[in-house]
Design a protein around this ligand. Structure first.
Ligand SMILES: Cc1cc2nc3c(=O)[nH]c(=O)nc-3n(C[C@H](O)[C@H](O)[C@H](O)COP(=O)(O)OP(=O)(O)OC[C@H]3O[C@@H](n4cnc5c(N)ncnc54)[C@H](O)[C@@H]3O)c2cc1C
Length: 379
């Protein structure tokens, strides 16, 4: 049986970052991934992930975001790759809705710079967008998007360069904790480690079945659309946008270098019972809300998609991440339930997981992401 200091189960968005932070600390570390790295079968694919700081989901994320921005920048230096495209983000919605009010709250609590724009000012600045007049608009300059697959690749490559081992197309079937060590059974062999970090994305509930975590996996469709006007291109100053409408919250990422505009709906999504068999085809029902949103908000962009990708959200009941030690077992650490907004945090969560594996604690402000809030509610 091969023995390691630490084994990371699942080398996707979060696991690749964790693998890197463990390796750079000098641990003998192995990453086990059931697909390839990166893969288009989990939750970290589709070209881009939005990154922003005036965080409407909760102001407590802002200190972590500041560290995440620094982490991505450091990874750009280590990898020699450009991973971040600054564009700014336009957020629009009802004044008392989740998005705009949440941005304003996070910005005021953390002294972040955001601009309040009238809809006319916003449309003057970003002529590709038509914003309903009854919505409030804020613009945050220090935002943009990450090249998601390149980020995963960069973390994994940096981990390998720092001495990590990585085995792909190897699935962990089960784990068992035996005193101070953890034993893993995969479809190719057996391993032992002092610490195991479980970062399994949509498969988390399977590997953490004893905890009975209230996670729900949702099928999410991203589509790409030709931008006939060119107004929604990065080169022409288009921002990332997030708009809260009565029928749902929609987001979009501008095209870069002639690429098409990517859009998706943040709300809704069909429950996935088995992440291995999620339907990756395009259904007519996927397109209805996207078509009508594009006709309303982005009239210069084709309402018909040129391509699509299907991804999965793994939602916790309160929409906040779960990053903690396994209850009653100091050898196992877990990160799950990233609820459709976790990728941007990968460097800082990777570091927090490495701290938890190393020392059982971290100085990073992740207390609000602890498991106890969910287990207490389940009792
Ligand atoms: C459509 C869409 C849009 C999104 N937009 C944004 C955004 O704009 N900004 C943002 O910050 N976040 C966004 N997110 C959320 C973000 O992408 C996810 O929260 C994040 O990528 C989750 O990373 P993860 O490591 O938990 O999961 P994954 O990246 O899926 O990694 C888990 C890995 O574990 C592997 N694995 C699982 N079980 C096993 C096993 N038994 N053995 C071996 N390997 C295993 C899987 O194969 C997988 O590769 C979006 C998500 C989706 C789906």
């Amino acid at each position: 049986m091969e023995t390691y200091d630490c084994i990371v189960i699942g080398v996707g968005g979060i696991g690749s970052a964790c693998l890197y932070h463990l390796a750079r600390r000098g641990h003998r570390v192995l990453g086990l991934e059931q697909f390839d790295v990166p893969t288009d079968r989990g939750s970290s694919h589709g070209e881009s992930r939005v990154i922003r700081q005036a965080y409407f989901e909760h102001p407590d994320y802002v200190p972590l975001l500041k560290q995440a921005y620094a982490g991505w920048s450091a990874l750009e230096d280590v990898s020699g790759r450009s991973l971040y495209q600054p564009t700014g983000i336009l957020v629009a919605g009802p004044a008392d809705g989740e998005a705009v009010a949440g941005c304003r709250l996070a910005a005021s609590q953390h002294q972040l710079s955001i601009e309040n724009l009238s809809t006319a000012q916003a449309m003057g600045r970003f002529p590709g967008l038509v914003i309903p007049q009854n919505l409030d608009v804020v613009f945050e300059r220090d935002a943009g998007f990450l090249f998601v697959e390149d980020c995963v690749r960069a973390h994994a490559d940096a981990a390998l360069a720092a001495g990590a081992e990585l085995r792909t197309r190897e699935r962990v079937r089960s784990w068992q904790s035996n005193g101070g060590t953890v034993r893993l059974l995969t479809d190719r062999g057996r391993y032992e480690a002092s610490r195991v970090i479980i970062t399994a994305g949509p498969w988390s509930a399977h590997l953490l079945s004893e905890l009975n975590l209230p996670l729900s996996v949702l099928r999410k469709v991203m589509t790409w659309h030709a931008d006939r006007s060119g107004a929604m291109r990065v080169e022409n100053g288009a921002p990332v946008w997030f708009i809260e409408l009565p029928e749902g919250c929609f987001y979009g990422v501008p095209g870069v270098g002639g690429e098409s505009v990517k859009v998706g709906e943040h709300t809704r999504g069909e429950a996935v019972t088995d992440p291995f068999t999620v339907d990756r085809g395009l259904r007519a029902s996927d397109l209805l809300p996207i078509r009508s949103m594009l006709k309303q908000l982005l009239p210069g962009v084709s309402p018909e998609p040129s391509r699509l990708a299907v991804c999965m959200y793994t939602n916790s009941p309160d929409g906040h991440f779960i990053v903690d030690r396994y209850p009653g077992n100091d050898s196992v650490v877990l990160a799950a339930g990233f609820s459709g907004h976790g990728f941007k945090f990968a460097p800082v969560i990777g570091e927090a997981l490495a701290d938890l594996a190393d020392a059982g604690r971290t100085d990073l402000p992740i207390g609000f992401l602890g498991l106890s809030r969910l287990l207490q509610k389940a009792e």
